[in-house]
Every structure is written in C-alpha cells, then in structure tokens.
Design a protein around this ligand. Sequence first.
Ligand SMILES: Nc1nc2c(ncn2[C@@H]2O[C@H](COP(=O)(O)OP(=O)(O)OP(=O)(O)O)[C@@H](O)[C@H]2O)c(=O)[nH]1
Ligand SMILES: [Mg+2]
Length: 710
Amino acid sequence: MKVYETKDIRNVALIGGAKSGKTTLAESMLFEGKMINRRGTVEDKNTVSDYRPIEIDREISVHSTLMHTIYKNTKINMIDAPGFSDYVGETIAALSVADTALFLVNGQSGVEATSETAWRQAEAVKCPVLFSVNQLDHHGANFDETVSALKDYFGEKVTIVQYPVNPGEGFDTVIDLVLMKQLKFKEGSEPEISDIPDSEKSKAEDLHLALVEQAAEGDEALMEKYFENDSLTMDEMREGIRLGMVTRSIFPVMCSSAKHGIGTSRILDFIVHSCPSPDMMPPKKATNGKEFKCSASDPTALFVFKTSIEQHLGEVSFFKVYGGTVTEAQDLINSRTKNKERISQLFILNGKNRDKVDKVVAGDIAVTIKLKDVVTGDTLADPKISGTEFEMFPLPDPLYIVAIKAVNSADDEKLGAVLNEMHKTDPTLIIEFSRELKQLLVKSQGEFHINTVKWYLENIHKIETEIFSPKIPYRETITKSARADYRHKKQSGGAGQFGEVHLMIQPWSEGYKDPTDIPVRKTDVHELPWGGKLVFNNCIVGGAIDARFMPAILKGIMERMNEGPLTGSYARDIVVYIYDGKMHPVDSNEISFKLAGRNAFSIAFKNAGPKIMEPIYDLTVWMPEDMMGSVMTDLQGRRAIIMGMDSEGKNQVIRAKVPLAEIQRYATSLSSITSGRGRFALKFDAYQQVPADVQDKLLKEYEESLKEEE
Ligand SMILES: Nc1nc2c(ncn2[C@@H]2O[C@H](COP(=O)(O)OP(=O)(O)OP(=O)(O)O)[C@@H](O)[C@H]2O)c(=O)[nH]1
Ligand SMILES: [Mg+2]
C-alpha cells in the first residue's frame, strides 16, 4: 500500500441517528473506492463494518469499526460508529481522532433522539460536521422537512449543498450547489452531469447564493472577494467551505441513498475537496503545552484512541499519529508508564481485514499489536519528547448500574477477569467490587449496554450470569443520647474473661455539647472512611478501666460502626463517652473489653432513637417540553423533591432530589416515558433519613436475613 502524505488523508467519523444508514454508507464508500467489488448489506450480514458476531446477530453496530477507502488519490479513513446512545463511548472515541464527522440523518424520520446524542458529542470536541440526509429513496422521505429540523436543532449554519430532484422511490438525481450542475447517479460509476433544468434554476440560484454567503463567512479575504465579484469561483467556494468547516461556521448538507449507492461518489469527492486534512485542523495540544500540527517532520507522537481484542491478533491498539512518522521496530515511550514500547507490526484495516504497512505518517490512523502495557488514552512518543501526553477524551458518567454474579460460583474468578477485559475495550463500562455492598457492580450507559455485556458473557465466554439491582449503601445513626452498661464475664475452668463498660452516646453534629455530668479526659476524632465521624471520649477517672484497654473498647465499637445494629450498614456521626466500668485483677483482657464495648454500644444505639439514612442524589432531567408532564408525574412516584424547572435550548430541564433507591433503573424508565428523547445526569448530594415506613421495611428485611444466616 502506498504511503499517503498528510495533505492526502481525511479522517471521517460516521456518526448520527441509530439505523440512519452509516454502516451501509461506509460499505458504499468502500465500493466506490474499489476497496471491495461487491457491496454487502446489513440484512445479509455481510458488511465490512458490522463483522462481529454480536453485530451479525443483532443487525446493528455495537463497536466502532476502522476502514479506509481511496478516492481521487486521497486516503479516506472512516470510523463507523454505532448509533444507539448506549454505545456513545464509541462515538466519542471516533470523534476524538476525526477531522470531519459525516453525520447521517434518516430522511424519513428526521432528527431523532439518537441524532441529538451524536450531535452533542461532535459539539463537545468541536469536530467539523458534514450532514447527509440519507434514505432519500424511501417514499416517506422529506428533504425539506429534515433540513428545517436540522436547522431547528443545530442552528442556521446548517447549509444545503445539494437537494434531491426526485426523492422517494427511484431517487437518483440531485442539484449540486457547489458544482451548479444536476447529477444523476448510477452506483459504481461517475454521475451523469448535466445543466440545471429550467424548472430548478431559480431555486438552485437562491440556494447557491445562500451557500456562497455561508462559505465566505469564515474568511475575510473570501468575503472581500465575494463583495467585489458578487460571487466566488468553485475553488474559492471549496476553500471557504473547508475553512468554515474547521471553524464550524458551516455545516454542509448533502443527499444520499446509501442502500442504492446514490450520492456516495459525490460525498467522497466533497470530502476530498472541501473537508479538512489533518494538518488543517487546529493543533493538538499536549498536557505540557506542546502543540502538534500533524507535521511529518516533528518527532513522533501518537495517541491510542481505541483498544480491541481480535481473533488471531489478540490485543489491537488503534492510534492516530499527531507528529512525525511511525515505522516498524520503532521504540517509543509510553507517557503514562514511562516504559519503552516497541512497535512490532503496523496495519491498516478494513473491518477485520488487514494490510501490513511499513510506515504511518502524521495525520493518519492505523493499528498495532502486541504492545506490553498500553490502554486507550495512552500517548506513545519519541524518547526525545517523552514527557508529551495527550489528554484522554472525556467519558460520560455511568447512568445505569447493576450488580452481577455468576450463576455457577466456580465462574466467579473468570467473570471478574472477563469484565475487566471488557472495560479495557470499552472504558464506558466500569467494573467495581464494592466492599461495602459485597457485590460486583457494572456501571454502564443503559440497559441495552448491559444486555450487550450479558450477550458477550453468555455467547463468547460461556458464563451464565444473573443481574440484579445493587444494594443501597444505607447509613445508620442516632437522634438522641442514651446510656448503657455491659458486663462481659465468662468463667470456664481455667482463665476467665471479665470486662465491664459504662458508656453514653449522643449524635454528632457541628458544635455538639458534651454532657455536664461527665468530665472528658481525652478526645479522639475518627473520620470514617464511609463519611461522617466517630468521636471517642475517655472519661474514666479513678482507674475504673485501665487506659491500656481503651483501644480494645474502641475496636469493639468500631466493629459495630462497620456493621450497624439496625441493618448491618455503616453507622456514622456518633459521640461516645466511656465514663465508668470494672476490671478483674486476673480475668480482664482485651477481648473482654472489646466485647463489653461492642455490646454496650449496641444497646445504647438501639435506645438512642436510631434512624436509617439513605443516599439522595441531585437529578437533572432534560426533555422536550411536551413530555414534561409525564416526566414530572413519574418523578412524584419516586419520592422526588422538585427543586426547580428551566429551559435550555430546545429542552426543558427539571432539577430534583431523589433517593438512590428510587432511580436505580431510571435510564430505562425515562427512555420509555420520553421515547428516548429524555436524558439525565446524577450526582450524589447527601444522606437523609428514610421515611418511617421505609425504615420499618428495612428493619424487617435485615431481621429476616439474619434468621436465614443462622
Ligand atoms: N431504503 C433505504 N434503506 C437504507 C438506507 N441506508 C440504510 N438502509 C437500511 O437501514 C437499516 C440500517 O442501516 P445501517 O447501515 O445498519 O444503519 P446504521 O446507521 O449503521 O445503524 P447503527 O449503526 O446500528 O446505528 C438497514 O436495514 C439498511 O439496509 C437507504 O439509503 N435507503
Ligand atoms: Mg452501523
């Protein structure tokens, strides 16, 4: 394979609405570029992009796929991202290295919820966007309505470059406003170019003018030329569009029917002539301030944006080169580990098919294998600039958390290992063993995402699993003071055990007051790892308990704080006063005082108006206005307290405080209430007392669980 120079490379991420036709368009682009000689279809399960078993099984894209096609001596790298919002991590990764987002909209359904998700990601990384209204061969396709929805959602910079002459069945002809010609397409060959028919002339002229104005807007020199000559030449327009794309002052709109290969060759042509090459993009900044402009003469620096595990290859690292060139047998330094990594083999991919290459230049995207310790987000750089590090792209917060366990406990270890491997290839899946809940948690983007995990576990790794809601990390505390005495005494033949503790407890809060009748001698404040405090006061006078037994008493109390007397959850915010007790000259030892302390504490706790606290989260929900009523009604059924309402762009926003116990599966509910249009964010706020009926229920459940253990 020929080595392409930076200026002859384009990096395109295919993003947009779910099932809008991204994978089909990628197939058509491969076909037009003669990379394949037969176009596969998603239905026939033979596309280059959706090659993985799960994608074949489900007929959707689940992972992003790297491909490339050649058009007019330009190497166009394509990363086909999945459209379903649960896989948004793949879209983010693809956009992080793309210089153009080719954004597909279904001409029949317009701007969908998943289109909005994709758009937000492109906005976040400021990626230039080129729209194509696809599926224009559908009888229900409506180009004008789709464009006005695009403008409505994404702004007036959405600018028509082409419009269809005969949308619907048999669609094959467009008016192109850059070329100012009519193009009639036939798959696999150049379009038939003719003059714009009289019937279309005035519409075409109007839209051409709008395009010229938008193209000139990004550049002062072009604006001047436009004012001077009342028009721009085709080269000037191309230049203007390219500059406008980089600064995001124009979002051109094209037309396609990916399924029939209509429009594809002109999209490729547009990418070559009017979309930026990597060196035209703003420089990539490293954390040390150094800037990389995708120049082949710089020292080598590459960024790993994706990791996958492929049959026969093992771990594959996908990277984009931001400086210099990468060659086989080159040694680079991983900025995270500071270790040397040797590049063994380099490949460019078309789905699962790979071609070996000797060299990859700045701006290009390729893969390598068998690196020692490299994860997504790592930077590998020439030893001369080894401190260079590119920032990892920001990942979305998890929205849907489940607990998982193997049906067969013999699979437990394997399950952990496989899940950790999954995290490596999909960093939006977070795996955590919660010591507190004693559960293995999988944090994901939604139910669909978890179903994907389950599919892999069952079909590929042959592990049957059970998925359930995680336990809630409740806390226990007290509301008033109480005293208790406990004597631990055991006389069984030889050495006996004896320890007696008298204590008082009261709730801790900022500025609490010590009791007047107990003189405090020594205070230790313990910040608890799970939040809150335990204040431990030694108030012994006259040697009733030796100071050497105090740590044992504290240990006993801490055991109970660890496993609260009400539900076994962590206890917090308590002040303890050890004010009296008894020792035995022979039988007193640490064990006895630990047990006496623990039991005295338990008794006092139960008499001190104990309460259960639950985590409350700040919930923000975004949804279209007409769905606000149903979202609100649903929230009221979740013990939510509405804090405020607002509007943000096209959406309404509700802010509320909601107990975690009520929103564990909110992703699924909100999606069904709003037909996917709603989205939400969660942030931990504070612990709050549970209502009495919930407390009763929890106490009963805990008692039952203790009985079961017995
Ligand atoms: N009629 C028609 N159908 C199309 C066109 N493009 C794609 N399709 C069909 O639409 C469905 C979805 O196509 P895909 O290419 O898988 O869409 P996608 O955007 O890659 O889907 P995801 O990656 O799963 O979001 C398939 O059944 C395609 O055959 C088109 O231009 N016209
Ligand atoms: Mg797809």
